[in-house]
Design a protein around this ligand. Structure first.
Ligand SMILES: [Zn+2]
Length: 862
């Protein structure tokens, strides 16, 4: 259980600078200001300075009714919540010192990073806009960003949404003096409706965090003086809150909660890093694979991995008495928690690791496991110049853990009861979905999987299908601690096997106030963006991804019945359409077909698998910023901003752009991406995302991603799909990154774009009947010859006379063109021939890319 006083310090640290946002946005009585100035504001050159501290207090003072009552309880005395919020520039008590020190550590101790150029005048504090960290990143040569004029990009003052996260060119930004007030009006409305205000502080703080993030992520934390406004108020506040929580618990529990000790150096912190190993293996595990459940099962497994991270964090924070703000980062199977360096913390975390891994073995038979590593940190390790070393040791410790994942005692004897668990009286003793675990009598004939009521499954597969099916239909997810109390509560859509033996996950409609009051409602998430906007009222969790579902219009899509004409599949399709179920992979593959003018379906019903991730991520974090700039708040900013592109933008664009509506997210978050769609849409999407990503990182050509695209039939087992996708991506990476691998070719993105436009040119020639489809096959042979020619030219040794025959591809092409191209005039023939020779010579083997796309697209579907 987390103590109330820890939560109050954490929340106060989170809100200490809220005055920077709200100052001037609401009326504060003059006499209140006069009475409180001397209390909260330090005096500098005979005048009160740091007005934001006073306004942080005023914000709570005049909005008391909108916050939990417990914040204003009279028994708190001198260290009441308002004083914790407002005294950070004039600390008097140990608790106030905790927040003051955390505030400075968050920005690397050096509040002002002096710019060489002129400083930003005080009166401009409301027109200063946040500048991107991405623009400053440089691995190769260190670009100088020492003056505001070095920046070309900045962010408009807005809420976080799928649309707003893109930077704009400085001159495109409209600066309206009322921007802050408008934002404030919406912010206060959002706070008023937050759920669970007086039910459970821990839960309410999660909802508040979501709103605070939404409204303060584009407000610069420092806006005047010689500063670079590249850290947002949110990033600064959130890291201050996690530092303050750890610092407080350290001093409190080591009996050193006094000003002198709080200000002193020492190994006070413990960074706990969590990494789930073997995630891919678990997500893509092959089993018996009932084809029509595959997309639900895959979605469910991928989601459950995200839940593992969230719930491991929950368990650690709960047992260590930390705040929800103690979780520093959490994305793509990795998380970091800032804890106090106390001996009992390590013991407790090791016990949690053991508990979680024992449960994971039961579920995955060792496919996946959690590795927790620890790094102790001194206060001085958070100073700029030293923080990057600290971060490197954290990464090293994770690597070591990776090579030593298992406690040896787990490796033997665990599966001893395996055979006893099989029940021969069930329809199928071995689960037909995973082909691994024994079926359970509890879910025999489960209607969710077997509408006819006959069939077996194990409890885990049933749960994963339940998650995969309902994620696309529901808005809210609750995580409830397993306890006697909840048995009365009717939860229709819930998992049956609690995660880690403790947490029940359910899709719900109401706000579950009774469970919140009992303290067993641990997480309560809204999972659906509303047209790219982050929903309010409860915490938003960007883990839903986008999954294509059946809709009314599929009822009239004759492609979906092509190839499978049995009455039964037609009927089950109609049911699926009614239920808005996730589309099956075979239907996604069929959506690649297009009709020609005679009504024939053209194309191949293959899936395109896109796997991509950001290149050189370790270098970007390790040395993308000068050491003096690398602080915990910038680390936080960089990591969350990368994550936004994948988790906030991609699902939005898949839903919004009709041509991408049938693309399925296996995962998108952190810095990577795994999408499945119709093969032709995936090719289009890959280029689209590459361009958008470039815009997102301020066209900084040192930040890019690589991608691999594979084409597979929809009935290929998912473990094979995953392996092929992984290999394709590796090939792109091996070839120097910033590339795409497709049709066995590796190309840089800029050439890929040109090749796709060549495809359009070729298509025009086909459409005009100048080039026939059979000529495309012949062109393919010529491209192969020119590819071999290049090899000969490059290595200039060890080839035979026979090899040299490829050199005649130009004359061969001339001959073929003269015979096969249907042109009216000789000059037209010459033009096309020159075009082909030029491009084949330029692109060599890569010219297969446009050719193959056309060959596949124009094939008559049978
Ligand atoms: Zn199973």
């Amino acid at each position: 259980m987390v103590k109330k006083e820890t939560l109050l310090i954490s929340l106060a640290a989170m809100c200490h600078d809220v005055g920077k946002f709200v100052q001037g946005c609401f009326d504060v009585p003059k006499d209140w200001i006069e009475n409180n100035q001397s209390l909260y504001q330090p005096v500098y050159k005979g005048r009160y300075s740091h007005a934001h501290a006073l306004y942080s207090v005023a914000f709570f003072e005049f909005n008391k009714g909108n916050f939990p009552d417990v914040l204003f309880s009279s028994e708190l005395g001198e260290d009441n919540f308002l004083n914790l919020v407002g005294m950070h520039h004039k600390p008097e008590t140990p608790k106030q010192w905790i927040i003051a020190v955390a505030d400075r550590l968050s920005s690397g101790l050096d509040r002002d990073e002096f710019l060489e150029g002129q400083e930003i005048p005080v009166k401009q504090f409301k027109s200063t806009r946040l500048v991107p960290i991405f623009e400053q990143i440089s691995i190769e040569e260190k670009k100088e960003f020492s003056s505001m004029s070095d920046f070309n990009w900045c962010y408009p003052l807005d809420t976080i949404s799928s649309r707003s996260i893109f930077p704009k060119l400085k001159e495109e930004i409209v600066r309206d003096l009322e921007d802050y007030e408008r934002l404030y009006e919406k912010f206060i409305k959002a706070i008023k409706i937050l759920a669970h205000k007086d039910h459970d502080l821990f839960l309410w703080m999660q909802h508040f965090d979501s709103i605070f993030r939404k409204y303060t992520s584009f407000i610069p934390a420092a806006r005047v003086g010689k500063v670079i406004p590249d850290v947002s108020l949110y990033d600064h506040s959130r890291t201050t809150a996690s530092i303050a929580t750890a610092l407080y618990l350290f001093h409190k529990n080591s009996g050193s909660l006094d000003e002198k000790n709080i200000k002193g150096d020492g190994e006070k912190f413990l960074i706990i890093a969590g990494d789930f190993f073997g995630i891919q293996k678990f997500i893509f595990a092959r089993g018996g694979e009932e084809a029509h459940h595959r997309s639900k099962l895959l979605r469910g497994r991928s989601f459950v991995v995200s839940l593992f991270c969230e719930l491991a964090c929950e368990m650690i924070c709960d047992k260590l008495g930390l705040s929800p703000y103690s979780v520093l980062l959490n994305s793509a199977g990795k998380f970091y928690i800032l804890a106090p360096n106390l001996p009992e913390c390590i013991d407790k975390v090791k016990a949690i690791e053991e508990k979680i891994n024992t449960w994971l073995i039961k579920m995955s038979y060792g496919e996946t496991n959690l590795g927790l590593s620890f790094t102790r940190a001194k206060v001085s390790d958070f100073t700029a110049k030293r923080f990057s070393h600290l971060w490197q040791s954290v990464q090293q410790n994770i690597q070591e853990k990776k090579f030593n994942p298992f406690d040896p005692k787990h490796s033997c004897g665990v599966f001893s009861s395996y055979l006893d668990e099989f029940r021969n009286d069930l329809e199928s003793p071995l689960c037909p979905l995973c082909g691994k675990r024994p079926s359970s009598e509890k879910v025999e004939g489960d209607k969710l999987i077997y509408p006819e009521g006959e069939g077996s499954s194990c409890i885990f597969c049933r749960d994963h299908i339940m998650l995969g099916t309902n994620l696309v239909k529901s808005d809210k997810i609750a995580v409830i601690q397993k306890s006697e109390d909840i048995s009365f509560y009717k939860l229709n859509k819930r998992i049956l096997e609690p995660i880690f033996g403790e947490y029940i996950v359910a899709f719900v409609k109401d706000e579950m106030n009774e469970l919140a009051k009992k303290g067993v409602l641990k997480r309560f998430w809204s999972i659906r963006l509303q047209d790219g906007e982050i929903p309010e009222k409860i915490c938003y969790l960007p883990l839903n991804g986008y999954v294509p579902t059946y809709s009314e219009k599929d009822m009239h899509d004759e492609r979906l019945l092509l190839g499978r004409k049995s009455e039964k599949t037609a009927l089950s399709l109609i049911d699926a359409i009614k239920e808005k179920e996730p589309k099956t992979f075979s239907h996604i593959a069929l959506s690649s077909l297009e009709k020609d003018s005679t009504g024939k379906w053209l194309g191949v019903d293959s899936l395109g698998i896109l796997k991509a991730d950001v290149d050189d991520l370790g270098l970007i974090f390790g040395c993308g910023l000068p050491e003096s700039r690398f602080t915990i708040s910038r680390l936080y900013a960089l990591s969350t901003q990368l994550n936004y592109f994948f988790s906030l933008y991609i699902p939005f664009i898949l839903e919004k752009e009709e041509k991408f509506n049938d693309v399925y997210t296996v995962f998108a978050g952190g810095d990577d991406l795994f999408l499945i769609g119709a093969w032709n849409r995936i090719i289009e999407l890959s280029l689209y995302l590459q361009k958008k990503f470039s815009e997102y990182v301020c066209k900084n050509n040192e930040i890019h991603f690589s991608a691999g695209i594979t084409m597979v039939k929809s009935n290929v087992p998912i473990d094979i799909i995953s392996t092929q996708a992984e290999q394709s991506l590796e090939k792109a990476k091996d070839a120097g990154k910033n590339c795409i691998f497709i049709f066995e070719q590796i190309v840089k993105w800029k050439y890929f774009e040109k090749l796709l436009s060549e495809k359009n040119k070729l298509y025009e020639l086909i459409d005009k009947n100048i080039i026939s489809k059979s000529m495309l096959y012949k062109l393919n042979e010529i491209v192969k010859m020119s590819e071999s020619e290049l090899k000969i030219l490059e290595q200039d040794s060890s080839y035979t006379l026979k090899d040299i025959s490829v050199l005649k591809w130009r004359s061969f092409l001339t001959y073929l063109s003269a015979r096969n191209l249907r042109v009216q005039q000789k000059s037209e023939l010459d033009d096309i021939l020159i075009y082909l020779v030029k491009n084949i010579q330029k692109y060599r083997g890569n010219f297969k890319i446009p050719l193959w796309i056309l060959l596949y697209s124009l094939r008559v579907y049978k």
